[in-house]
Write a protein that binds this ligand. Structure first.
Ligand code: SF4
Length: 309
């Protein structure tokens, strides 16, 4: 069983994305009310060496030897990748492999730190999240670890967008009733206009039911209205503008049980998504899911997403 590397996962934004998860489940600087994984277990703003970079790189080399080259090697998973103090070393070593470009999905919370910004300058693509420029909304929505302050994050993202040479796609997670009011959108617009550079914006929402039931998804119309109100001269996509998921055809299927459990640890999925990612015949997939359900390891939610129990 791999400890750090998972996938490749077919992604609408990243094609075939091979994931790297650098932190223990679930270690995060934030405890977002819209999180789809779980409440944050290790809530910290302190960077650390959660695992040995050499072990991560050895596992990555091994996996890359078994699969076709992915479109992206993506740092994401069950927590915040910039918490790992060896992120820069790992990014530099992956660049030397010359197999695929790297992408870091970050909640932006540590961008006030110069060492984090220096590490991130070594990746090819950044997907930072920013949902609000209002401190009270930031606290309410994200429940940050002690020591994190929104003004530092906003300054850090501005500095990084000036220094970074790769692609920056900003994600805004829209929670109706929390960060979609006129004052919120006006503030975001002014802040985004103040950034030296940005390639695109992605308006996301709780398309999968978060664990906190009072968080609801924005409708397609609400996301389009948010986009219109932002009124930015940038490409802005929404979570409902679907391009088809790529299907992997050249990968040896993983052992069904382990493949399912590894994926659901990081990503609640429908049967269709599991089928695409794992490349398993539907019959084997359903049979394995039912066995795991009987064993109390997984369950299906009313929205059709399977999760670990
Ligand atoms: S930053 Fe991501 S992983 Fe962390 S709590 Fe928020 S949604 Fe969950």
């Amino acid at each position: 069983m791999n400890r750090f590397v998972f996938g490749p996962v077919p992604s609408r934004r990243l094609g075939q994305s091979l994931g790297i998860d650098l932190t223990p489940t679930k270690t995060c600087t934030l405890d977002c009310r819209y999180c789809q994984l779980s409440r944050t277990i290790h809530h910290t703003a302190s960077r650390g060496l959660f695992c040995d970079p050499a072990e991560v790189l050895a596992e990555l080399r091994h996996v890359l030897g078994e699969i076709a080259a992915p479109d992206w090697i993506t740092f994401s998973g069950t927590g915040e990748p910039t918490l790992h103090a060896g992120l820069g070393i790992i990014l530099a070593e992956i660049k030397k492999l010359g197999v695929a470009p790297t992408c870091v999905i970050t909640n932006s919370s540590l961008l006030g730190r110069s060492d984090v910004r220096a590490d991130l300058c070594l990746t090819d693509r950044l997907l930072p999240t920013l949902c609000t420029v209002v401190p009270a909304t930031f606290e309410r929505l994200h429940r940050p670890a002690p020591g994190l302050h929104l003004p530092d994050i906003l300054d850090g993202l501005r500095l990084l967008s000036g220094a970074f040479k790769g692609i920056i796609d900003l994600e805004v997670f829209v929670c109706p009733g929390i960060n979609d009011g006129a004052a919120e959108i006006d503030g975001l617009r002014e802040y985004i206009r103040s950034l030296p550079r940005l390639d695109s914006i992605y308006l996301n929402t709780a398309v999968r039911q978060p664990l906190e039931r009072d968080i609801v998804a924005a409708s397609p119309e609400e996301l389009l209205a948010f986009r219109d109100a932002l009124g930015l001269d940038l490409p802005v996509a929404t979570a409902f503008e679907h391009t088809p998921l790529p299907r992997r055809v050249d990968r040896k299927p993983p052992p069904p049980r382990q493949g399912i459990l590894d994926l659901l640890l990081r990503h609640p999925c429908t049967v269709d998504q599991l089928e695409r990612v794992l490349n398993l015949p539907g019959g084997i997939l359903l049979e394995t899911l039912q066995t795991l359900e009987r064993e109390g390891k997984v369950h299906v939610c009313p929205d059709g997403q399977w999760r670990l129990t």
